[in-house]
Structures are given as C-alpha cells and as structure tokens.
Design a protein around this ligand. Structure first.
Ligand code: NCD
Length: 310
C-alpha cells in the first residue's frame, strides 16, 4: 500500500512544517520546480462539486510539469453503473501515479487508499475531513501571523458538518498556546468526537458561544464557514440556520486591527462582499496558498524533490 493522506494525523507535525517550508520555497523559486513531476500523472476523482480544490490540485500538478487525468461528477464515470470505490481505485492506479479524490461518503477516501497501489489524497469525504484545505489554512496563518502557536482562533458557522473545521482543529491542536472560540448555533456545534480528539484529550482551552459580536474583539483569527446545505436532512432546518452569521464591515469595527479573516470558500452569505476590501480579509490568499501546499504534498508523496532540495 502506498503512503496516502486521508486525514491530518497521517502527517506528523514535522511533516506539516516541512510541507510549509517547501511551499515557501516553491513561492520563492517556482522555476526550480517546473519539471519536478515530469512524466507523472495525477488523477482527480471528484464525485462531489468543487471549484478550488480540484482546480488547485490540477494547477499544482501542471506547475510541477506533470499531467492530469480528471473525472468530475459520479454521473460521468462508472460509479453511475454501480462500480465500487475499491474497484475504481484499483483501476485508476493503472493509469495514474497519484490520486486526489473527493466523495460524498465519509470514509470513501480511506477505502480508496486501501485498494489503490498509488498514493491517495483525500480531497474531502462527506462531513468528515479535508486535510489539504487545512494545509492551505496552516500556510495562510503562518504567513499572516508569522507563527502557528499562541493564537486565539475563532471558528464560526457550521462547525458540525464543516469538514475543514474538523481537520483544522486537529492540525492546530499540535501547536502550543492556542485557545479556540467555537461560534455556532446549538444545532451546528463541533461534533463531540472532534472535540474529544482535538481539544479535550490534549487539554486545549476552548469556549463555545452563539454570539460572534461578543467575542470578535478577542480573536487573532476568525475562520468563517458556509452552512453545509448538502449535509442537511431537511431544507427547513437549512433555511432557518443558513444566515446565522453574516460578517459585515459593521462587525469588523469591533475586531482587532491585526485580525485575519479566513474562509475555505465557497462563500454564500456569511461574509458580506463589502468585507473583501478590508486588509484583514485573507480568504483569497488562502486559495493561492492551497495550490502551493498541494504542490508540496504531491512532491512529498511521490518522493520527489525540487528547488533547493534537489
Ligand atoms: C470546503 C469543502 O469542500 O469542504 N471547500 C473547499 O474545499 N475549499 C468548504 C465548503 O464547501 O464549504
């Protein structure tokens, strides 16, 4: 079985730091990496909607000089004929050197990894986790704040179904001096298994609140999330909860001057477009950082080097 990345614990803290260092080196010396993946192929298997994650994986592979094979949507692949994830993974391993997969079912990427003979990267499995978004988030925090420890991090919105939140909590819980403020409606709180693994077992301080305005002034980072409509069991609940939080320039007045506002995107209503011009808005920088971190991860899993490491 090749080495895969299904969830954040598949990477050590040292590897996370190393991936960020590689990403910074790629940013500084992109030409040195332009042929690093020559003759290698990445397959992107996306059985759920995506703009950023799929395109950033594909852009990452092209910028490393590699090629891309792509399946988008279950309807256009043999999944529509009833093929299992395991068989799809075995098949795609015959064509590609590495696979990035997104699937609506929790655990699908793990099944793919157990059956593929090439590395599998989980690009989001249902409401479970999304480790490569976390890589983008970590690099963004490190570049914005100059550190990943000693921060007060607010996570706001759909903390129940938001897989990026689960992975980010998991990763950040490895750094020192963090405090989390979990801001959500009662129904959309962080699942207890995530709280237990990432926070309670490690004794990391956190508070839970429904009120963003009350806590915004305490935060170094505010990580906003979309209410995950596709994970709701009924539309009524979604409609009731979707506009629970809307970050506006008014609310930003209560925040610190050095706050960083993050969002994995896509945004629906939860950040007003007027906030985009605020220098504290970092969400489009996150998009770009995601491409560099995916480049670093592809290199690592393929055992390839580039730039100063070559
Ligand atoms: C996130 C996801 O797919 O979980 N998007 C992304 O990959 N950047 C967040 C979301 O869909 O709300």
């Amino acid at each position: 079985m090749a080495r895969s990345v299904i969830d954040v614990p598949d990477l050590t803290k040292e590897e996370l730091d190393q991936l960020m260092d590689t990403a910074e080196d790629i940013i500084a010396r992109p030409d040195d990496y332009a042929d690093a993946c020559r003759r290698k192929k990445l397959a992107t298997l996306f059985f759920e909607p995506s703009t950023r994650t799929r395109l950033s994986f594909e852009a990452a592979m092209y910028e490393l000089g590699g090629n891309v094979l792509s399946v988008t949507g279950a309807n256009s692949s043999s999944a529509a004929k009833g093929e299992s994830v395991a068989d799809t993974a075995k098949t795609v391993s015959c064509y590609a050197d590495i696979i990035a997969m997104r699937h609506p079912k929790e655990g699908a990427a793990s099944v793919a990894a157990r059956n593929a003979s090439v590395p599998v990267i989980n690009a989001g499995d249902g409401g479970h986790c999304h480790p490569t978004q976390t890589l983008a988030d970590l690099l963004t925090i490190r570049r914005e704040k100059g550190r990943l420890g000693n921060l007060t991090v607010g996570l706001c919105g759909d903390l129940k179904f938001g897989r990026t939140v689960h992975s980010l909590l998991n990763a950040m819980s490895r750094y020192e001096g963090l405090r989390f403020v979990l801001i959500s409606p009662e129904e959309l709180k962080v699942p207890s298994y995530v709280k237990s693994d990432a926070l309670k077992k490690k004794g990391i301080p956190y508070t839970q609140t429904e009120n963003l305005e009350e806590v915004i002034g305490d935060l170094d980072i505010l990580y906003m999330t979309r209410v995950q409509r596709e994970r709701f069991f009924n539309e009524e609940d979604y409609l009731r909860l979707r506009d629970s939080y809307i970050l506006t320039p008014e609310k930003m007045k209560k925040a610190r001057d050095d706050l960083s506002v993050m969002h994995p995107l896509p945004r629906v209503n939860e950040i007003s477009v007027a906030v985009d011009d605020d220098p504290r808005a970092c969400y489009f920088k996150q998009v770009l950082n995601g491409k560099y971190m995916r480049m670093a991860l592809i290199l690592m899993l393929l055992g390839l080097k580039g730039g100063t490491q070559a």
